[in-house]
Design a protein around this ligand. Structure first.
Ligand SMILES: [Zn+2]
Length: 395
């Protein structure tokens, strides 16, 4: 049985480089990439944090060779690497610090938010996703907008207080007396992360030393989720980037609409209302034009078959009804949406148009349906063929 790896991040999460001896190196072939083996390396000591506690694993390099992933099993840390290392060799490791620090900032922020929500509402953190883009925390109870903003404010006050974070390994007796958050029943040496005044939680992941390093905590959105709430949050540089992106969006909109940045909401509302009014006016004008077009037919015409690309799909029924005033038999109106596809209505005052619609659909691979007086649908084919089909109908 191998010795557990000495895990440097457990007591000092700021170790970025380290020296170690290679203990084992095993080539691994994946079925889906037979020409791209990876190598699983164990060391006597490491600063690479394996995936755990909701935090993704570190990346980085050992002797310049990329570490793709890091996993832990029974106290041994496995570094999954792009190329092999020699067993017994002394190597230098370097973790991708920017990534690690970003993850530590977000993870500690998550503890503060979870601790505060637990303290004020009694809800548990039941899900945590710490991704490189999105960070979400799920709670088993509902929160209002006001609750969320209160928690956000308190979380930021915790950042400004610059509270030192403590990592301890209490005895089983001490643990019994300790009120701490934990997702599962734990056994063995339990690592407790304490943010005095805010949170006590069992967690294996590295955290920042002082809450001030989080830089700020922004809850960017929240939504109902599985009977509770899912909160999305950002910290540090990521929240700054998010602010910049949103600020640019608002600024661009304000330039386009010639409105002050804090008045764009009203400007957009006005624009939407104007658009609605214009759509109504346009529809009226379109209907008037259709009435003129319909009036060009002689009253008492046997059947009418019209192809008109200027008739909007939404106005087909209106046009069909207008044409019926002039037609004894069947009115068919077609409008194109592309070269070969036509939307249509078939209407009649004197006969059931449903069998005709069915037959039209069958002949031209179409679909649609409707009432005895009017059917609507779409077909594909050549204009001449469709026209011939309609004109051949015996009334
Ligand atoms: Zn944690």
């Amino acid at each position: 049985m191998s010795e557990p790896t000495i895990q440097l991040y457990n007591q000092d999460s700021y170790i970025k480089t380290f020296q170690a001896t290679v203990l084992t190196c095993v080539k691994q072939l994946k079925e889906e990439q037979p020409d791209k083996p990876s190598y699983i390396v164990t060391l006597d000591v490491t600063a690479f944090f394996p995936e755990g506690g909701g935090q993704p694993s570190d990346t980085g390099n050992i002797n310049g060779i990329i570490v793709i992933d890091v996993q832990e099993d029974d106290g041994i840390i496995y570094h999954i690497m792009e190329a092999p290392l020699s067993i017994g060799e002394t190597v230098s490791g370097e973790i991708n610090w920017d990534r690690r620090f970003d993850l530590m900032q977000h993870h500690t922020a998550e503890h503060i938010i979870s601790g505060l929500i637990h303290k004020y509402f009694g809800y548990d953190n039941v899900g945590f996703h710490l991704g490189s883009e999105v960070v979400t925390i799920d709670f088993n109870g509902n929160l209002t907008e006001e609750d969320i903003r209160n928690i956000e404010l308190k979380a930021n006050l915790a950042v400004y207080e610059n509270v030192p974070i403590k990592v301890t390994y209490p005895s089983s007796q001490e643990l019994k007396e300790l009120d701490y958050r934990s997702k599962k029943e734990l056994s063995g040496n339990i690592r407790i992360v304490t943010i005095p005044g805010y949170d006590i939680c069992a967690c294996c992941a590295p955290h920042v030393a002082l809450t001030g390093e989080i830089g700020g905590i922004k809850i960017t959105s929240y939504q109902k989720y599985k009977g509770g709430v899912r909160i999305s949050m950002l910290s540090g540089i990521r929240s700054l980037k998010d602010y910049n992106k949103k600020e640019k969006s608002v600024t661009d909109i304000s330039v386009i609409l010639s409105a002050k940045p804090d008045e764009v909401k009203d400007a957009v509302k006005n624009l939407k209302n104007e658009n609605q009014t214009l759509k109504g006016q346009l529809l009226n004008v379109q209907n008037q034009i259709l009435a003129y077009k319909a009036a060009a037919f002689q009253t008492g015409t046997d059947s009418i078959c019209v192809f008109d690309k200027d008739v909007a799909s939404a106005s087909l029924r209106t046009y069909g009804n207008l044409l019926l005033e002039f037609c004894k038999g069947i009115c068919a109106v077609f409008t194109t949406t592309d070269d070969q596809e036509y939307k249509y209505v078939l209407a009649s005052k004197t006969m059931d148009v449903r069998p005709l619609g069915k037959s039209l659909n069958e002949t031209f691979g179409g679909k649609g349906g409707g009432s005895k007086e009017m059917v609507q649908g779409s077909v594909r084919g050549k204009k001449e063929d469709i026209e011939a089909f309609i004109n051949n109908i015996k009334i």
